[in-house]
Design a protein. Structure first.
Length: 152
């Protein structure tokens, strides 16, 4: 390719049309490789698959080198998962037990409140009955006094 230099002269480059075409083709190929490389770098799913495949290959290689260590790591991982599941289940059971206890307390509180209200209503009814009996007794006594006075 020719580019003008500072002194105004053309640089030494191919002047033959076939050479220019060859240089253009070479530049296109280079650009194509660059675009392919960039698109490969930007293809996240493909890179993730490659990374997973590499991790799998590494794990298989590690297993082949020392199977007991790999089995020990697997057992430790299984134990850890089991412990986590056991603790979750235990926490759920405790939570449900606490809910039952709290619910029973709330139920007892409600029942006690209801009993207090009922007792207060009974007291009120009893006091009213006593008051009514006193009034009727007073009336009867008053009547009796009047009738005694009349008889005299």
């Amino acid at each position: 390719m020719t580019t003008p230099q500072d002194d105004g002269q053309a640089s030494s480059g191919p002047t033959d049309p076939d050479a220019i075409r060859a240089e253009i083709e070479e530049t296109r190929d280079q650009l194509g490789r660059t675009v392919d490389e960039l698109s490969q770098r930007l293809d996240v799913p493909a890179r993730a698959k490659e990374s997973a495949a590499r991790a799998k290959d590494t794990a298989v290689e590690t297993y082949r080198e020392s199977p007991p260590a790999f089995a020990g790591a697997g057992a430790a991982l299984a134990g850890l998962v089991g412990l986590v599941l056991w603790r979750r289940r235990r926490a759920r059971r405790r939570a449900s037990t606490e809910e039952l206890i709290v619910g029973a307390r709330v139920g007892r509180k409600r029942e006690a409140k209801r009993a207090r209200k009922e007792l207060a209503a009974r007291r009120k009814a009893t006091q009213k009955a006593v008051k009514d009996v006193r009034k009727s007794t007073e009336r009867a006594e008053k009547k009796a006094r009047r009738s005694r006075r009349r008889k005299r």
